[in-house]
Design a binder for this molecule. Structure first.
Ligand code: NCD
Length: 318
């Protein structure tokens, strides 16, 4: 695995939450919490990253992650470049590494990378100059570390500590990078009762998600849960033959108010979005009183500010 920490223990790259210490994760969440403001208030701004440059290199679609990395960087005073990959020389066959070397020559300090192919962020991290950091913004089905952090922050805001909580992650676990990063975040922060709930075809391999209980029944998976994390069916990562029928899926696994009533009273409902309303979640639940889905989005900017500051400030000895 690519080393994510510098020799002095500070964060250089963020490619996965696997192996990050509880202390490191908690420090990032504490810093992120300091960047959270109520809706309607002005977001925090600082000049801590003035003169630094962040490039967003996204070869898969994104709304929240890309915009939040951009806003996070700008609110800390950094310059931001959004490479429109379909308009760049990548379409002429230029490799990701040549693209990255080009940006590096222009004094880009942080490469934020989303890619459908596993291993791309790590291979870039292994080849950039020592002062450059790589942040994964979603790697195939493998990892989405800033999403794991923002989900953990959202749980912490509503339930204080993750210790003692029952958390159910429901849906297309097999293809979900969000589920994998949530797994490392939630376990590292002390969640013992972590459940994965999915139809057999969307369960991950047996050796993954060690220590989680597995449920093919939504009812047993949700029983007395404090947190219900719903996931999108990742159609783009499935062959057509494996696509579940939307109506049948909703009938068995869709989260409705009636089904949510089987969780603990006051349970929170989360979803990384984009949502398929009427497939994995009903609008009543998505827009209902137990939903914290918009808090997740707000927290995404705060977490990305904390991560950018961590990798850039440490690099200058600040
Ligand atoms: C997720 C992603 O791209 O992994 N979205 C996000 O970043 N919030 C989840 C998804 O696409 O379903």
């Amino acid at each position: 695995m690519t080393e994510q920490l510098r020799p002095d223990g500070t964060l250089r790259h963020l490619l996965t939450l696997e192996g990050l210490s509880r202390d490191m994760i908690e420090r990032l969440l504490d810093r992120a919490q300091g960047f959270v403001r109520p809706l309607g208030a002005r977001p925090p701004v600082s000049q801590s990253l003035t003169g630094r440059t962040v490039a967003n290199l996204f070869t898969e679609p994104s709304t929240r992650t890309r915009v939040s990395f951009e806003l996070a960087a700008k609110r800390l005073g950094a310059d931001v470049v959004n490479l429109e990959v379909q308009l760049s020389s990548r379409v002429k066959g230029e490799s990701m590494l040549d693209t990255v070397y080009t940006l590096q020559a222009m004094h880009v300090d942080v490469m934020v990378i989303r890619d459908a192919e596993a291993g791309v962020p790590a291979s870039v991290a292994a080849n950039v100059a020592p002062h450059v950091s790589v942040l994964s913004a979603g790697e195939a089905h493998v990892s989405h570390p800033t999403q794991g952090l923002l989900d953990a922050l959202t749980v912490r805001q509503h339930k204080k500590s993750l210790e003692g909580l029952s958390i159910a992650i429901v849906g297309d676990i097999r293809h979900s990078r969000v589920a994998r990063s949530d797994y490392y975040a939630f376990r590292t922060l002390g969640c013992v009762d972590l459940r994965i709930v999915a139809p057999p075809a969307l369960m991950p391999a047996a050796e993954e998600f060690a220590g989680c209980s597995r449920h093919t029944s939504l009812k047993t998976g949700l029983k007395d849960a404090d947190v219900v994390m719903m996931l999108r069916i990742q159609r783009e990562r499935m062959g057509h033959a494996n696509l579940p029928d939307a109506d049948r899926y909703f009938a068995k696994y869709g989260l409705t108010p009636e089904r949510l009533a089987g969780a603990r009273p006051g349970a929170i409902v989360m979803h990384p979005q984009p949502m398929n309303r009427g497939i994995e979640i009903s609008s009543d639940v998505a827009d209902g009183p137990q939903s914290v889905i918009r808090d997740q989005v707000r927290n995404g900017v705060a977490v990305r500010m904390a991560v950018l500051e961590a990798v850039l400030a440490a690099g200058t000895g600040a």
